[in-house]
Design a protein around this ligand. Structure first.
Ligand code: UD1
Length: 430
């Protein structure tokens, strides 16, 4: 167990590079299973979730080697084994091996997949989509065996634009016979990145980024080189850090077009920023708020709506707003566990059903709090940076899952933040 110690109230100023996107690289790593060639993936963030995904791939006989932020994956020996359920169970995204294994070998076995405890996270939409292509799903004691005699294209209508179900379908359908059209597909930029990688391997996917995606199955996919997009959630987290702590924070490589909903919210909250969308020099620069931010009414939604993965960090900022805000969570049913932790720092928040009503306070004060999940942990750090006094964030392992060198980057901006070992586990108020 480790913890972060933050002496709050320091102004943030300077430049940080935005790392490659966690939610893009995880499906891209899984998609490498579609080929028996070699892939080189660039701009790979060094995160715990990436390390776990690599362990899953290694269980399937992929040989991986790092060179700086580049990963070379040799997939020539891949065989459809059932990876160790203990490894699979460490991240939710391990379910993304289903689509490529089914596509390439017509069978895949997965145990129960893990991930942050922010909701029940079933797999019904993944299975319903794959069944249209001819797959059969056999529930096992712990997990599933999915197989098909042959995979063929079809018309798939997702009942909800699930990110993971869209990704699994894209991967399986890429090696199916004939054309698949996916309606009500997720439109997240990470889906566009995955489609870009599969197309670089020789796939034929069009329409990614819209709600209708067409996949022409091909006989085989080859190795490819690909550069992962910048992380829009890391971008958003640093934008809010800058907004809450004053100063000018320059986010090198950040893409404004991926963060439209958050930038719109920041504008409404009275926070100034500039950006450049030129691909070869893109950035967003936030100019800290002169006074307290204005309150907001936000509802999370699928892309291009406000991202659920930015909701806890936004709640941290709005706990300091000049008035009452409301955040409604529509994607996951259990994403307000951080509220009790934020309240320990003086925030005034009530949760009713799936909405949090936040009465802004003038000041948060430091306390010992817990990272209840990945983004909740980031929210606690933001609150600690802006609070008066010392904050200790326990269970920092959650943050390591999705942020590359979070404390180091904040420290470069002038934050007074340290990482310490801890023998304590948080006592959570559930
Ligand atoms: C991905 C992201 C996660 C993000 C989420 C929503 C990755 C690795 N993770 O997760 O960070 O918070 O998108 O933007 O990219 N659902 C079902 N049945 C299914 C699948 C999903 O009911 O078969 C429900 C889920 O329980 C959830 C909602 O749909 O309530 C959204 O899930 P989904 O879009 O699939 O998210 P993930 O791919 O798990």
């Amino acid at each position: 167990m480790e913890k972060l110690l933050i002496n709050g109230g320091k102004k943030l100023d300077g430049e940080v590079p935005i790392s490659g996107a966690k939610n893009a690289v995880l499906p891209i790593l899984a998609a490498a299973l579609l080929t028996n060639g070699c892939c080189v993936i660039k701009n790979v963030p060094k995160l715990d979730d990436v390390y776990v995904m690599l362990s899953v791939l290694e269980e399937l006989s992929v040989r991986a080697s790092w060179q700086r932020d580049e990963l070379r994956l040799d997939c020539s020996r891949v065989a459809p084994a059932a990876p160790n359920p203990k490894i699979l169970g460490r991240i939710r995204a391990s379910n993304l091996i289903l689509g490529p294994l089914l596509g390439r070998f017509k069978e895949a076995e997965i145990g129960a997949c893990g991930g942050c405890s922010i909701g029940s996270r079933p797999m019904n939409l993944h299975f319903a989509a794959l069944e249209v292509l001819g797959a059969k799903v056999l529930p096992l004691e712990a997990g599933y065996f999915v197989f098909a005699k042959a995979l063929h294209g079809g018309e798939v209508h997702l009942a909800f634009p699930s990110v993971g179900a869209t990704e699994n379908l894209l991967m399986a359908a890429s090696l199916a016979e004939g054309k698949t059209v996916l309606y009500n597909a997720a439109a997240e930029p990470e889906i566009v990145d995955l489609a870009g990688f599969i197309n670089a391997m020789g796939g034929k996917i069009s329409g990614a980024g819209s709600n209708v995606i067409t996949i022409e199955g091909v006989k085989r996919l080859g190795g490819a080189e690909y550069t992962v997009m910048p992380d829009r959630i890391e971008t958003g987290t640093f934008l809010l850090a800058g907004a809450m702590c004053g100063g000018t924070v320059h986010l090198a490589g950040a893409r404004a077009e991926h963060n439209h909903a958050l930038l719109q919210a920041l504008q409404q909250a009275g926070i100034s920023f500039t950006y450049n969308s030129d691909k070869n020099g893109s950035f967003i620069e936030v100019l800290g708020c002169a006074g307290r931010p204005l309150p907001l009414q936000i509802t999370t939604a699928s892309y291009p709506g406000f991202p659920t993965d930015m909701q806890p960090q936004l709640a941290a900022m709005l706990s300091l707003a000049q008035g009452q805000s409301m955040i409604c969570e529509r994607i996951f049913e259990n994403r307000f566990r951080f509220v009790e932790e934020l309240k320990k720092m003086g925030a005034s928040i009530q949760v009713r059903d799936n909405c949090a009503i936040i009465d802004g306070v003038a000041r948060l004060h430091g306390n010992t709090v817990c990272a209840t999940d990945l983004r909740a942990g980031a929210a606690m750090v933001l609150a600690g940076l802006a609070a008066a006094g010392r904050t200790v964030v326990e269970q920092v392992e959650y943050i390591d899952r999705g942020y590359e060198d979070f404390a180091g980057k904040l420290s470069c901006l002038g934050a007074d933040i340290y990482r310490l070992s801890s023998d304590k586990q948080c006592k959570l108020v559930v």
